[in-house]
Design a protein around this ligand. Structure first.
Ligand SMILES: Cc1ncccc1N[C@@H](C)c1cnc2ccsc2c1
Length: 116
């Protein structure tokens, strides 16, 4: 049991900064396209084009459910949001521009974390 506790303590320590970054992403002015799963009734082609949909509410739930086993898994899901955005949206569209801005914001926060 002691070993397991050590692992989970390490995990909480490792994932706590991820929760803080997620909160900053959610309250960013350009977060609006990414807060909830893309509505496939509104965007019928989305399901066909995007194989791994991801959004901030799903990541929030995964953090709460202790789904992530490392910081890297969290980072991969966040990057999935922005990769999907680039695949589906034109760079100069409102959603495309928001995606580029949010990705820059995230990667800067991620670097701070990894170099802190
Ligand atoms: C991130 C993303 N990628 C592709 C399609 C949609 C979205 N976001 C949704 C929320 C969205 C994005 N933009 C609009 C504009 C009118 S409804 C609506 C809903």
């Amino acid at each position: 049991a002691a070993k397991k506790d050590k692992v989970s303590k390490k995990l909480i320590k490792e994932l706590a900064p991820c929760k803080a970054i997620l909160e900053d992403l959610e309250c960013h002015d350009d977060a609006w396209p990414f807060l909830l799963p893309v509505n496939t009734k509104q965007f019928p082609t989305y399901k066909k084009i995007i194989k791994c949909p991801m959004d901030l509410s799903t990541i929030k739930k995964r953090l709460q459910d202790m789904y992530y086993k490392s910081r890297e898994e969290f980072c991969t899901d966040v990057r999935q949001i922005f990769n999907n955005c680039e695949t589906f949206n034109e760079d100069d569209s409102p959603v495309g521009k928001a995606g580029h801005c949010m990705r820059q914001f995230f990667e800067a926060r991620w670097n701070d974390l990894c170099t802190s």
